[in-house]
Design a protein around this ligand. Sequence first.
Ligand code: C2E
Ligand code: MG
Ligand code: MG
Length: 672
Amino acid sequence: MADLHRLLTKQLVRATRPDRSVDLDMLCQMVSLSYQEEERDRKRIDRANLLMAEEIDAAHRHLERLIETLQVQNTRFEAALENMSQGLCMFDKDRRMVVCNRRYLDMFKLQGVDLVGQSLAEVTRHGCCALSAGAEGDCLASEAYLTLALSPTRGMLQHDCPDGRVFIIAHEPLPDGGFVHTFDDITAWRAANAKMARMASHDALTDLPNRLLLRERLDFALTHRASGHSCALLCLDLDRFKAVNDSLGHPAGDALLQQVTQRLRQLVRGTDTVARLGGDEFAILLDNLSPSTKVEELAERLVSAIEQPFDLDGQTANIGVSIGIAIAPRDGNDSLALIKAADLALYDAKAAGRGCFSFFDAGMDTAAQGRRRLEIDLRRALKEDEFQLYYQPLMNVGAQNVSGFEALLRWNCPRRGMVQPDVFIPMAEELGLIVPMGDWVLRRACLDAMQWPGELMLAVNVSAKQFLQGGALIESVQAALRVSGLPAERLELEITETVLMDNTHATIDTLYRLRELGVHIVMDDFGIGYSSLAYLRSFPFDKVKIDKSFVQEIEHKSDAMAIVRAVSGLCSSLGIASTAEGVETSEQLRLVTAEDCTEVQGYLFSRPIPGADIPRLLERLALPLPVTPALPQPLTPLPNSAHIERRSTRRVAAKPSECAPDVQPQPLQQPH
Ligand code: C2E
Ligand code: MG
Ligand code: MG
């Protein structure tokens, strides 16, 4: 049989069995079946092919979508990579560069260099100038960087480049054995941080360490002091700085502080700390002093250096410095104790007249506690209304009568008894309490004065601290006059030279504004300050009160007499009234009267007395005056007025206590 299809062959064999004749029908049937079978197979194959083609098509479409997505992702990734603020590079497991971004190339100045495929060693050789540990141009990557790059675990490194830049390098190992490095340039951040740290520990104007840093250095010095060595802390406060600041302006004040800084620095060792604590306060820490060091010699040099005039853009400023000194371990062995001790010593130096230095001693602590108690009592006194006004008469020499009264503040303290103003006024000034106290004095005194007969003057003392609040003082005076109804012309405000020393321009302005109200301005305690004559010229005072220290020595000291004469003479020529304060004896009275003082005040006539005793005192002083032998004509007593004795050599013996409730005015002296 010819080479037939095996299925046909099989059918023919079945249809042509030897035992049977050829059954054609059957053969045809079987062939037809074969065709049918074959057709089914073909159809199945066609369907399968169709399905396969569809699947391939779908897979193709999916692949295309995948490629598209990957392309988008790639673009995004590239955009992200190129726009990263960090530099980035990736190495494969063989330490060959796979990718790096533009920032990386910029950071290492490698623009245009094709790094992909290069080994870590080659790459670092290109970028080594920044990554090297040595000087710029040394092309060896730092050991620390290479160690990081070879590490199997993630890590970080802060790298200080020789060109001044600082990088944070992060190392991230990858699962395939490669790694990624990111580079953060923190140069600007670190500089800003360093600046902030400096600002937190240094004074902006002088660039000196501030209080915080001084404390730190003091703590360090105290704990690391060599045995047998000591540390010294000097607290400095500039004298009269405020006057310069106020009169020449703040830029001049700033320049002055900078010049002071230079002078202080020049006088100490490089290892010592000069600090500015704020305002016009400085401190010097002298570290590890050997027993032979003489701190007082440095203190003396500091005082005299600051006393030298300062040139502020052509203007001369004269200031001084007060210094408090504490030594460790003698005066304290921790920073707080030492600062407190130096502060107390500074307080002492200031109280001693400024322009000097004081070493701390234990007594200062006790004194400070006393001051603290006084402060507590004083604050309470203001709330509890424990203040009282006493009045001392002012005697007019020409008219021979009481011209007015000076209001003098007293503190009736339940614990201390009657306290004199010399004790509490400086503290009240220090605490700022003098402002509400002064306000109270003005109101009370003006109300009291309205009860007095006639047109008697009222003198009220005003503190320099009240002048610092210029506008508030004027308002306080206006309110006191308004509420009491006292005519402004009857009010005299007594100020001392310190008022003018503290704040020249503003003070003179306030004085003129007060004068415009109609009140009189009196210079009190004249002669004990600094450049008295200059102050007299700075404002046209209505009256000058010659300080009692001159009057009390007038009998025995020729210089006291010369000063009284000079001042009263000056006042006469300037047309200003003059009052001799503290007249206690008839002889003093005779001498000041002979020198043409227009007014006198003193125990000879009366001590300060409570306001309620004024009518009795006026009656008492209205007694006719005895005739004094030295005068050619007897004095005519004035009706209803006090008369003063013109000549007497007897002194007042005992001084009655002004605190006695029924105080008696001092009787006028009997002539010899
Ligand atoms: P001051 O204004 O110079 O007052 C005169 C002081 O001399 C008063 O002392 C007075 O008692 C005292 N005195 C008067 N005559 C004589 C005398 O013959 N001999 C002696 N040894 N002293 C005499 P006081 O009352 O103790 O006041 C002292 C200072 O306290 C006052 O000196 C004044 O600067 C201040 N002061 C008093 N009251 C006030 C006030 O209300 N406000 C302010 N800011 N200061 C006041
Ligand atoms: Mg006075
Ligand atoms: Mg006085």
